[in-house]
Write a new protein. Sequence first.
Length: 188
Amino acid sequence: MTNVRSIMLAIMIATAPVASLVVPTASLAATADDLNKDSRQALKTLYETNPAAEAIAKQARAVLVFPNIVKAGLVFGGSYGEGALLKGSRIDGYYNSVSGRWGLQAGAQSFGYAVFLMNTKAVDYLADSNGWEIGVGPTVVIVNEGIAHNLSTSTLKDDAYAFIFNQQGLMAGVSIEGTKISRIKPKD
């Protein structure tokens, strides 16, 4: 047991600098104006680079957009970002996206993602839950290039569709499975 504690302590000390990059603090919270501007700009960029996202947006009841998620890890890792829920052109709340993982991982990256909530069930679940963990609750389909080419207004049957965009950094793979999304109050 002493060896296990020693190993865990060594891992915690080694990963402390990485953890400090992804653990949010109140001083890092964005203002509502910043989140509004960044979320709208991120959606505009997504629509310009992925026409399928814009087509889905026309059918969606709401869009939850996180313009910038920062992910880092060295055995232990996590990600954090803030975003906004848009219903039409109106901002209807602010949310954060948090995940934590451990295992074989090393590196850092940033990316954005947008979740298109397609029905009242998905919108109500987000509003009524005390934090939505992706993978629990409404069905979310991660849209990649292959799926995007096959989507049409007649094939949109799932509760939500997520697009990942603006990936940068040195870390393999991006997943939002297991991410917890919670309502926040941005800085004034």
